[in-house]
Design a protein around this ligand. Structure first.
Ligand SMILES: C[S@@+](CC[C@H](N)C(=O)[O-])C[C@H]1O[C@@H](n2cnc3c(N)ncnc32)[C@H](O)[C@@H]1O
Length: 183
């Protein structure tokens, strides 16, 4: 991650405006990707590409690829410019569109899915993505402590679906890490 330090530091100055994840959550995602040697990762909510840099940097080590979804074309363009600046653009497919339409069109089998768009849509994102997550795959949802009130249906789903094992992790604004069983 050393070589991406300067762009990450620069983007951290506008983290509030672009509602980026915290650096520790980026590290956490990168550790998960390296640990499971992920090949295909889906991110829902690109913004200006801050978290995508963490994801893609780890995927560069595993030889994997990232699809990231963003419905704001201006933000998607900023993300593409930032990824290009650090030479990670080949690893990342930034798709412009509503995640609810785009997820079913993704034909990859995902090792990890990262949810960070509309909190009250998390459950729908996951229900759409779940068939394309491999057994043993991971789902990471962000803001699950600070914005839990906006995602009661998601919390209910991940803690009560037999196919998923889930745990709350109090990292920054909170993460729920879920594991899809069946390996
Ligand atoms: C919290 S920000 C993502 C931050 C990013 N993951 C990061 O840490 O750098 C959420 C983004 O999701 C986008 N978004 C919200 N709803 C969406 C949807 N249904 N489809 C695609 N993008 C969406 C917003 O435009 C916004 O840029």
């Amino acid at each position: 991650m050393e070589q991406y330090k300067s762009i990450l530091k620069r983007l951290e100055k506008t983290a509030r405006e672009y509602t980026n994840i915290a650096p520790e959550n980026g590290q956490f995602l990168a550790i998960l990707i390296r640990s499971i040697r992920a090949q295909n990762v889906l991110e829902i909510g690109t913004s200006n590409g801050y978290s995508a840099i963490y994801l893609a940097a780890a995927l560069k080590e595993t030889g994997g690829k990232l699809i990231t979804l963003e419905f704001d074309p201006a933000r998607a363009a900023e993300a593409e410019a930032h990824l290009q600046e650090v030479g990670l653009n080949d690893i990342v497919d930034v798709r412009i569109g509503n995640a609810l339409d785009e997820i079913p069109m993704c034909d990859a089998t995902f090792d990890l899915v990262f949810l960070d768009a509309e909190k009250n849509e998390y459950r729908r994102y996951l229900e759409l993505a779940l068939p394309n997550i491999r057994p043993g795959g991971l789902i990471v949802a962000d803001d699950t402590v600070t914005m839990r009130h906006e995602m009661p249906d998601y919390v209910e789903f991940v803690f009560n679906t037999p196919q998923l094992h889930s745990v709350d992790i109090p990292l920054d604004d909170g993460i729920i890490l879920s594991y899809k069983i069946g390996m």
